[in-house]
Design a binder for this molecule. Structure first.
Ligand code: PLP
Length: 369
């Protein structure tokens, strides 16, 4: 017989190597618990969580560089430029929806979204739900969006170009400035998906966020590297018009309109995102970026030293060839490991993934190889 729910416990993160979720920061966990019974979808009734959402959006605006481009960047005015979503999927769906609905309707066929083939599968969901065509274009040999291929795919039906800053499979950062130039020339907005990479990139040399002219909207997930509790995603927009395009009238709530896709939504995620950023922006996130990058470099060297082919890490995510039998055997020893579409094993160096846990993993690999 199954034990009761009260007797069961979640998994330990000790052997979780491929997930983009992690142990929330203790302050984020406590905030999530305190705000469990709140609904930021109805901000006039739930005013405290609504204020925390404005603070969370202001935090995300700092992370993505939006604060530098919005003249009057206090939390009240920034609130019109973004909201805390349920995750990267909702953010991407909403970015596509906003672009579709803001586009001139002179298009001859279905509206088209052009994205590199490395784009997250949430764009396929967006296309399916929104009746747009997702036109994926090849990446270069290194896994980054091919700018010429994207240029060739942009025609009169295009309503949005997508760039990824930290791909889910390889942690690659697309050439965002070149994609932004292209988008401006083609007269379409550029959406940057930094769901995973967004909390690492401010400390890297990459140009990726609103500091790049032509970047219109950005996805960034507090519930991944941001160390908030699930669910906490973020959608940010340079112009408030991108959010206005999403607003729907809400007759029976105390507030007159709503831009989120979900109705009732988690105040736990919102409070937890605000708490995590209060604790960790900027120094805590910088320290984690540096720690994780060092661990990824070290891991890549260790794997390479064992004669395994490694995809050179750009952000703290390491993909490498592992024989099928070894892959299955390490999984049987409890390691949670997944593969890329090209069958490499992939380790995301999240905050819970340490040199000590990876040393134990490598011992198992040595034992099995
Ligand atoms: C994880 C991820 C998503 C999806 O985010 P969810 O929070 O899982 O919905 C979208 N894009 C990228 C690049 C991601 O890594």
């Amino acid at each position: 017989m199954q034990s009761s729910v009260a007797e069961r416990r979640p998994q330990s993160f000790e052997r979780v190597l491929s997930s983009m979720c992690t142990e929330p920061h203790p302050a984020a966990r406590r905030a999530a618990e305190r705000f469990l019974a709140t609904n930021p979808g109805d901000p006039a009734t739930y005013a405290t969580i609504a204020a925390l959402e404005r603070e969370a959006v202001a935090g995300l605006a700092e992370v993505t560089g939006l604060t530098g481009v919005v003249a009057d960047a206090d939390p009240e005015s920034l609130a019109a430029h973004g909201y805390v979503t349920s995750g990267g999927t909702e953010s991407n769906v909403q970015a596509v929806r906003s672009a579709r609905d803001r586009a001139d309707t002179g298009a001859s066929g279905d509206p088209v979204v052009v994205a590199p083939e490395s784009a997250h599968f949430s764009f396929h969901k967006a296309a399916s739900v929104l009746g747009v065509e997702l036109r994926t274009v090849p990446t270069d040999a290194d896994g980054r969006a091919d700018v010429d291929a994207a240029a060739a795919a942009l025609d009169g039906d295009a309503v949005l170009l997508v760039g990824v800053a930290g791909t889910t499979e390889y942690g690659r950062v697309d050439p965002i400035p070149a994609l932004a130039d292209l988008a401006v020339d083609a007269g379409v907005p550029l959406h940057v998906d930094a769901a995973w990479g967004g909390f690492h990139l401010p400390f890297s040399d990459h140009d990726w966020g609103f500091a790049v002219d032509g970047v219109d909207t950005v996805t960034v997930d507090p519930h991944k590297v941001g160390r908030a509790a699930v669910p906490a995603g973020g959608l940010l927009a340079r112009d408030r018009g991108a959010l206005d395009a999403l607003a729907i009238d809400t007759p029976y709530l105390e507030t007159a309109s709503q831009a989120s896709l979900t109705g009732t939504r988690s105040g736990a995620g919102v409070a937890s995102a605000a708490a995590a950023m209060e604790e960790l922006w900027r120094d805590g996130y910088r320290a984690e970026y540096e720690r994780a990058s060092d661990v990824a470099e070290w891991l890549a060297g260790e794997l390479h030293g064992r004669g395994l082919r490694v995809v050179d890490p750009e952000l703290p995510l390491v993909a490498f060839d592992l024989p099928d039998a070894t892959f299955e055997a390490v999984r049987e020893r409890g390691w949670r490991l997944s593969r890329t579409g090209a069958d490499e094993a992939r380790i995301v160096v999240m905050p819970h993934v340490s040199r000590a846990s990876l040393t134990a993993f490598l011992e198992d690999v040595d034992d099995l190889l």
